[in-house]
Design a protein around this ligand. Structure first.
Ligand code: PMT
Length: 405
């Protein structure tokens, strides 16, 4: 499925030479699966013919607030309600001033005033007009009101000046809409993530565990939620506060973690196993505290279920992503894990003198799939998680568009 599949986008076009680029924006939005309703100001029509935009969007262009035929069909309030996202490109100085003033003087300002959808502006004007105190005051007002800014870029202008005020290129505007969460890459998906260590009870007061802090998994959960997913985080014991806007399931042992994951898997679109799950657990946890009577103790350990492999084997398997923490032969070992467990993607973190991901704020990840290998480099866990989620979203949508054909 393309990234903007069935998103309702109102493209507002105002008067400026960059309006000719709006045709390319419509084409790219449609290519990404969006349904585009063009709304033009009177001034915009001097720069590009509505018929061009109608042909590209497949919908009649709307340009008049007081149009009885339109009001009986899709009037200004209907357009405002219909929109998932409004983007004004180009946004002229005059339009920005009217929007900042809360005016409803034409169809486009009225739709913006009436909508609850996010609004993004791609300003386009002469550098002097952009730098003018009044324009900057209007921009400050609009950003404080929650309107997002796409650009402007700096460079040579149609009037011969050089400076800030050029509209961003159509590809950049559409990429911003896809990437920045304004139309979010994982909207409508259910994502389950495991994080942290597991604790395998030896007796009522002791457990076998590892040094996972949960930071990587919690960062992945936050990034997935920011990308629009409905996230369930199944976490072993950590000292972290769960990210906001997610469903949180606290567990202790690998068996608890498996039970929690199994409850989610039916409706899960993407599964990401970041947890450092103990491979073994004590065969017989003591029912009371083990006493220090002898010099040594022998523990019998039994294998824990492999949660990730079980998810990947499920007949209704989600897009399945594993992690691998390796000390030796990291890439070949991870590739082997990818194939053995039947994963779509694996994120490898090598443990060596320069990278110990356990507990630290930073990590170094390499992504491996059957098709490719991408080194995400060394970065904060937050930045790596955002990069990982963007890669997962892109591959998940590709896989689904292939299955749909
Ligand atoms: O929590 P932090 O301090 O931020 O550290 C992050 C991390 C190092 C724990 C994380 O980046 C990471 O690498 N997690 C996986 C570590 C690991 O134990 O890998 P593994 O090779 O044992 O397991 C491979 C994959 O199978 C993992 O996705 C794991 O979640 C999964 N697995 C493993 C065993 C098991 N019984 N069930 C599983 O689901």
């Amino acid at each position: 499925m393309p990234l903007l599949a069935e998103k309702h986008i109102v493209l507002g076009i105002t008067g400026g030479i960059a309006a000719y680029k709006s045709a390319e924006i419509v084409r790219r939005l449609i290519e990404q699966g969006a349904v585009v309703q063009v709304v033009m100001t009177e001034a915009a029509k001097a720069f590009i013919a509505p018929l061009t935009l109608q042909a590209l969007s497949g919908r009649p262009v709307r340009d008049s607030l007081l149009d009885p035929s339109a009001e009986s069909g899709m009037g200004h309030i209907e357009i405002a309600r219909w929109a998932d996202q409004i983007v004004i490109a180009p946004a002229s100085a005059d339009f920005i001033a009217r929007l900042a003033g809360g005016m409803a003087s034409d169809l486009l300002t009225t739709v913006c005033l009436a909508t609850s959808a996010p609004i993004a502006l791609a300003p386009a004007m002469n550098q002097g007009m952009w730098n003018n105190t009044a324009t900057q005051r209007n921009i400050d007002t609009l950003t404080a009101d929650g309107v997002s800014l796409l650009g402007p870029a700096s460079g040579a202008q149609a009037c011969g000046d050089v400076g800030p005020g050029r509209m961003l290129e159509p590809a950049d505007i559409v990429n911003h809409l896809m990437d920045s969460g304004k139309v979010r890459a994982l909207d409508g998906t259910n994502v389950t993530i495991t994080a942290g260590p597991t604790w395998e009870a030896l007796d009522p007061v002791r457990a076998l565990s590892n040094h996972s802090s949960g930071k990587m998994g919690y960062a992945v959960a936050a990034a997935a939620a920011a990308a629009g997913a409905s996230v369930t985080l199944v976490s072993g014991p950590t000292a972290l506060k769960p990210p906001s806007g997610i469903r949180y399931q606290a567990v202790q042992s690998a068996e608890d973690m498996l039970a929690a994951v199994e409850r989610e898997i039916e409706d899960c679109d993407v599964f990401i196993g970041v947890a450092a799950v103990a491979d073994y657990r004590p065969a017989q946890p003591a029912s009371s505290k083990i006493k220090k009577h002898s010099e040594s103790v022998t523990l019998e350990l039994v294998r824990n279920p492999d949660i990730l492999a079980l998810v990947a084997q499920n007949p209704k398997r989600p897009f399945t992503v594993g992690f691998a923490a390796e000390t030796d032969q990291a890439i070949p070992n991870a590739r082997d894990k990818l194939q053995r467990k039947g994963l779509d993607l694996i994120a490898v973190n090598q443990i060596n003198a320069t990278n110990n991901p356990f507990g630290s704020e930073e990590n170094h990840l390499v992504l491996i799939s059957e098709m490719d290998e991408i080194d995400l480099g060394r970065d904060s866990k937050t930045a790596l998680a955002e990069h990982l989620i963007a890669e997962i979203a892109h591959r998940y949508h590709d896989q689904h568009s292939t299955q749909d054909h």
